[in-house]
Every structure is written in C-alpha cells, then in structure tokens.
Design a protein around this ligand. Structure first.
Ligand code: FAD
Ligand code: NAD
Length: 465
C-alpha cells in the first residue's frame, strides 16, 4: 500500500478529533483523520447522545406513569404506559446513525480523508494504521492525538456477563429488574435514574460520603432527595469488593465495616474514565505525562514539537465541548493563527433529575482561592414559570467578587436548566458584572428570570422574594 503524506494527521474522530479535522480542512490544510471504531467517538456512539436519548425516553415514560398513577395535579388521566425497550433502543440507535452519517458528510465536505483502523506511532511524524486491507503508513508534518478515554475497570469486578460499563448499559435488550450501580458520579446517576424511571430497582454504591462528590453539597442535595423519591437506594461510604460466588450479587463493605451482598441482574461499574493510549505506540515518542494523561500546554502542544493532544486523553474535565473547543483551536494554530487556551470557564451539565449546571467558581472554590465574594441564590419555588412547569425544585446561584461585582461563577440545579448553561458561560466569558445582568431584561415567564433574581439577591435588592 502506498504511504499517505499529509500536513495534518488527527488520530481519533471523537468530538475533539473530528472537529479539529473539519476546521483544518476548512482552513485549507491537507488533513487525514484515523478512526479505529466509529466516527463521532465516545460522545456520539456510546456517551453523551445515546445516554441523553435514554434519559429522555425514561422521563417521558415516568411522566405518563405518574399521571396514570393519579399522582399528577394537572387533571389529566391516562392508562398505565407500556415500555417496549427494544424500540427505545432502536430509536436511540437511529439518532446515533443519523449523526454518524452527518459527521462523515461534514468531513467529506471539508476535504478530509478518513482512514479506518487503529493508529500506532512509529515516530513523531509517522504512524502505522492496521486497516482491513493491511498496514497503511501515514507521514504527517503535524499530528494531533485525540484518542479519548475508556471506562475504568475495577480489577476485582472486570467487565463481562453481569458486570457492564456505560457502553453495555446503553445497549441492553431489556430493562434489568435489579440494577446495582457502582459510582454515584455523572454516569452512575444519569443512567441509574433513567433505568429506575423505566422500572428497574436501582441501588447505587458510592465510595465517598455523598453522591456527586465533585459538586458542592448545596447543588447535589436536590438530586439526592429525588433519588429517594424515585425509590433508588443509595449506599455511601461503601466499597465494592467483587461478585459474590452466586455471580449475581455484588459484595460490598458498608461504611461501618459490615459485609453485605446486593442481588443484581446487572452491575453497572461507573467509577471514572482513563486515557485511551493502549496500543498507540507512545513508547516510540516518549511524551511527558501528567499522571496517566498526556501533558499539554496552553496551545495543546505535547512535549514533542509538532505533536498536539486534545480531549479526554489530556485529562479533566473529560467533557465533549472541551475536546471540541481544543480541536478547533489546534486546527487554527496549525493554520498559523495565534491562538491559546484563554477560556474563563468550561461549563458542565449533569443530566440528573434535577439537572445540575456549573460554570466558573463555586462559593467553596472562591473561598479556597482567597477571593472575597458576594453570593446570590434564588429558588425556583418563587419563579412563576417553574410553577407552571412543575419544576419548583432547585435554584440558581451567582458568585461575584465582593469589590467590583465581577461574576466568577454561576451554578444551578433544576429541571430543564441544562439549556441555561450557555447563558451562564456567556456571562462569565464576557466578563459580566452583577450590574450587567441586573440591567438585562429577562423574558417573562421563564426560569431564566431566576438568574436575574439571584443577581438582585447578591446586590441586596431582591424583587420577588
Ligand atoms: P472520544 O470521544 O473518546 O473519541 C476518541 C476516538 O479515538 C474514539 O472514537 C476511538 O475509537 C478513537 N481511537 C482511540 N485510539 C485510537 C487509535 N489508536 N487509532 C485510531 N483511533 C483511535 N460529555 C459531555 O460533555 N456531556 C455529556 O452529556 C456526556 N455524557 C457522557 C455519557 C457517557 C455514558 C460517557 C461515557 C461519556 C459522556 N461524556 C459527556 C464525555 C464525552 O463523551 C467525552 O468527554 C468526549 O467523547 C471526549 O471526546 P474525545 O474526542 O476526547 O474522545
Ligand atoms: P465520575 O468521576 O463522574 O464518578 C465516579 C464516581 O465513582 C465518583 O463519585 C467516585 O467517588 C466513585 N467511585 C470511584 N471508585 C469507586 C469504587 N471503587 N466504589 C464505589 N464508588 C467509586 O465518573 P463517571 O460517572 O464514570 O464518568 C466519567 C466521566 O465521563 C466524567 O468524569 C465526565 O467527565 C464524563 N461524563 C460526563 C457527563 C456529562 O457531562 N453530563 C455524563 C457522563 C460522563
């Protein structure tokens, strides 16, 4: 097979790699992207998109079930809903398929060549790709490593049979009767909640003393309350030990040191993700590492000239939009533009019930940084639109410098507030002060008015509370 020569080679076509390749192609750079599995990476195939599809299906089912059970005050009645889970999965797969084709089309439109296979470094400018028709050598002037991450496997609870990762959970044939989830982080709670709403009896085992330890307790408390309402059992401070000999029980040690077994049809292990570098031939180029992740600077340069790294393979926060923003930036740097990572915040959304949105510094983060702040918090209980949507749980909270009122962080928890995440990050990115938000007309009736009200609270002149 003839060697391929190009100016830019991107390894991995997740939201980091494929966006980098598209932008590079648009900028006239002769670009090749290599993908071992499917275009779109974890996010599109086994991550963000399929999980949010299942969450939506579960929400729809649970809403009708609540109405059928006579628990809705809206005066609507309905028959008990049925769930044909195989059709739910087909619908989810259809969305993934449409997006896969979309990415292929966008790469083609940008003039990017796609090579299917696993890439392995031979040196800093050469990779060998195991393709279906043999080994393909690609020689590039510059290389972007965008190989993403894989689910962390617990050595005493390896994936297989009853024990599944998020990928397995997103392609089950049926809703498990009893689902035990190890890890009360993003994946454990997003998927655990969805399966509980679809009828599974869910138990969540978390090693730390509370759920979602990455968020402050004020934000995670409404989620913990909702888990209880949904009948989900949460066992915190507990350590999973392994499968009991029966094969369908998880053995754990509880916080007080008691050995307990939890019966399970499926055990979803969601204890974090690690960089996908296995088989990439990194030993051939000996890059500086940051723990298990690739070390990068503010231009996503690794320790080797001409080799960049973006996305999950470079560490936290492992979020699709961070990978995408890095990919776009690197393409522009390769094209000769003067770009560097200058973001004020990377918003994060946890699609639990209710959803959590964070952007910038939390009150605890500001305290740790030694910055005196003013804080404003407005509950959805006092927001008219939230009442009309039955979304009264949660609040919006703003954190601003005490001296000049520059916004440092905005957080919120509430149903449907994922869509406010861009408003939060826009305010931070544009350097807004409390007075800027206070001077902005917020349309009525919307849940976004709670942002305006939280700012009024921080300024000491609330209107609606
Ligand atoms: P990836 O998407 O992992 O893509 C890397 C690609 O590289 C893969 O396609 C892989 O096959 C390929 N590859 C690896 N090695 C090689 C090689 N040697 N040769 C060729 N190709 C290779 N993030 C959010 O922001 N929002 C969410 O709602 C969200 N939900 C998630 C839900 C789940 C269940 C999971 C698992 C993750 C979720 N994430 C979410 C995280 C998000 O999926 C990742 O942050 C994002 O996909 C990272 O993008 P990436 O481009 O760095 O890597
Ligand atoms: P996570 O880091 O969010 O949560 C892992 C949880 O497992 C933590 O609470 C941790 O304390 C716990 N844990 C670790 N070891 C344990 C053990 N042995 N026993 C019990 N609990 C244990 O990780 P995740 O849920 O696997 O998600 C991985 C990454 O994927 C996230 O960090 C995030 O970057 C990304 N993701 C993002 C979204 C989103 O943006 N909405 C959704 C899903 C995943």
């Amino acid at each position: 097979m003839k060697d391929i020569h190009c100016r830019l080679l991107v390894i991995g076509a997740g939201p980091g790699g494929y966006v980098c390749a598209i932008r590079a192609g648009q900028l006239g750079i002769d670009t090749v992207v290599v993908e071992a599995k499917k275009l779109g990476g974890t996010c599109l195939n086994v991550g963000c998109i399929p999980s949010k599809a299942l969450i939506h299906a579960a929400d729809s089912f649970a809403n009708i079930a609540r109405i059928a059970a006579g628990e809705s005050p809206l005066g609507i009645s309905a028959a008990r809903p049925q769930l044909d889970f195989s059709r739910t999965i087909l619908w989810k797969d259809g969305i993934v398929g449409r997006l896969n084709n979309g990415v292929a089309g966008l790469l083609k439109k940008a003039g990017v060549k796609v090579v299917a296979g696993r890439a392995r470094f031979q040196d800093g400018k050469t990779v060998a790709v195991d393709t279906e028709v043999g080994e393909q050598i690609i020689r590039a002037e510059q290389v972007v490593i965008a190989t993403g991450s894989i689910a962390t496997e617990l050595p005493f609870l390896p994936f297989g049979g009853t024990v599944i990762s998020s990928t397995g959970a997103l392609s089950l044939n049926e809703v498990p009767g009893r689902l035990v989830v190890v890890g009360a982080g993003y994946i454990g709670l997003e998927l655990g909640t969805a399966f509980a709403k679809m009828g599974a009896a869910v138990t969540v085992v978390e090693a730390e003393s509370r759920i979602l330890p990455q968020y402050d307790a004020e934000l995670s408390r409404p989620v913990a309350r909702r888990l209880r309402e949904l009948g989900i059992t949460v066992i915190t401070g507990a350590k999973a030990k392994g499968l009991a000999p029966s094969g369908n029980e998880l053995a754990i040690d509880t916080a007080d040191g008691q050995g307990v077994t939890l019966p399970a049809d499926r055990i979803l292990v969601a204890v974090g993700r690690e960089p996908s570098t296995h088989g990439l031939g990194l030993s051939a180029i000996d890059l500086d590492m940051d723990g298990k992740f690739l070390r990068i600077d503010d231009k996503c340069r690794t320790s080797m000239r001409g080799v960049y790294a973006i996305g999950d393979v470079t560490g936290e926060p492992m979020l699709a939009h961070r990978a995408t923003a890095q990919g776009e930036m690197v393409a522009e740097i390769v094209a000769g533009k003067n770009r560097a990572w200058d973001k004020r915040c990377i918003p994060a959304v946890c699609f639990t019930d209710p959803e959590i949105v964070t952007a910038g510094l939390s009150p605890d983060g500001a305290e740790a940084a030694g910055v005196p702040v003013v804080i404003g918090l407005f509950p959805f209980q006092a927001n008219g639109r939230a009442m009309t949507l039955e979304n009264e749980t949660g609040f919006i909270r703003v954190v601003a410098r005490a001296d000049n009122h520059l916004l440092l962080g905005i957080q919120g928890v509430g149903e449907g507030i994922a869509e406010l995440s861009a408003t939060f990050s826009l305010a931070l990115e544009m350097g807004a002060r409390l007075e800027d938000i206070a001077a902005t007309i917020h349309a009525h009736p919307t849940q976004s008015e709670s942002l305006l009200e939280s700012v009024h609270m921080a300024l000491g002149n609330p209107l609606h509370i």
